[in-house]
Ligand binder design. Structure first.
Ligand code: R5P
Length: 221
């Protein structure tokens, strides 16, 4: 079973209605939601999107999904996105693709935020996946030192041998924790460091999770 396709498509079928403004997430799972939304538009529904990354913007444009400028949008009815890990309290780590800042901004302002994940992403405790933290390039090594005080090992993300640069012109520091005990406190403390723009912890934001159970059935939690 292609779990990513199954959960991604289900999200569109379950939640997308005519007339909605939809926050379009980033990544290989929500890809299937976006393709499904394009089908719905071809079948006569009026849907517009706000994109959480340049990658998604390009995908949506190529599929004919009308996109709106975030600054002109009155309301985002729903945002749908993937995640790298999610726990039973619906706390998630996102940013494996580096899109966490725009994703969090759009999720925050959406009336509803739905996460689509294959079954491997459901964990009892967050931290197996390194936590991405977006930092401004100015003083980034000093920012890294401040982040390390939270007890993690850090690696500046690279792409093709060069520094990975986000859509916002920033760097990503991937933070490896052996245990992440208090994600909510950690998220707030990280954002208190000058130079940190945003971190990949999504706390108290997710309304529903769509995933696959042990019997290969798509479920909405
Ligand atoms: O920056 C990327 C996003 O947070 C993605 O939603 C996340 O990494 C999950 O992506 P995928 O569905 O490709 O595993």
């Amino acid at each position: 079973m292609n779990e990513k396709a199954a959960v991604g498509e289900r999200a569109a079928e379950e939640y997308i209605k005519d007339g909605m403004v939809v926050g379009l997430g980033t990544g290989s799972t929500v890809y299937y939601t976006i393709v499904k939304i394009a089908d719905m538009i071809k079948n006569g529904l009026t849907i517009s999107g706000v994109a959480t990354s340049v990658q998604t913007e390009n995908l949506a444009k190529s599929l004919g999904i009308p996109l709106l400028d975030l600054n002109t949008v009155q309301k985002i009815d729903i945002a749908i996105d993937g995640a790298d890990e999610i726990d039973p309290q619906f706390c998630a780590i996102k940013g494996g693709g580096g899109a966490l800042l725009r994703e969090k901004l759009i999720a925050k302002h959406a009336e509803k935020f739905i996460v689509v994940v294959d079954s491997h992403k459901i964990v009892q405790q967050l931290g197996g996946f390194p936590l991405p933290v977006e930092v401004v390039p100015f003083g980034a090594k000093l920012t890294e030192k401040a982040i390390q005080k939270f007890g993690c090992k850090t690696v500046f993300r690279e792409k093709e041998g060069k520094a990975f640069v986000t859509d916002n012109g920033n760097y990503i520091i991937d933070c490896y924790f052996s245990r992440m005990e208090k994600p909510k406190e950690l998220a707030m403390a990280l954002n208190g460091i000058p130079g940190v723009v945003e971190n990949g912890l999504f706390i108290n934001m997710v309304h529903h999770v769509i995933t696959v159970d042990k019997k290969d059935k798509v479920i909405v939690l």
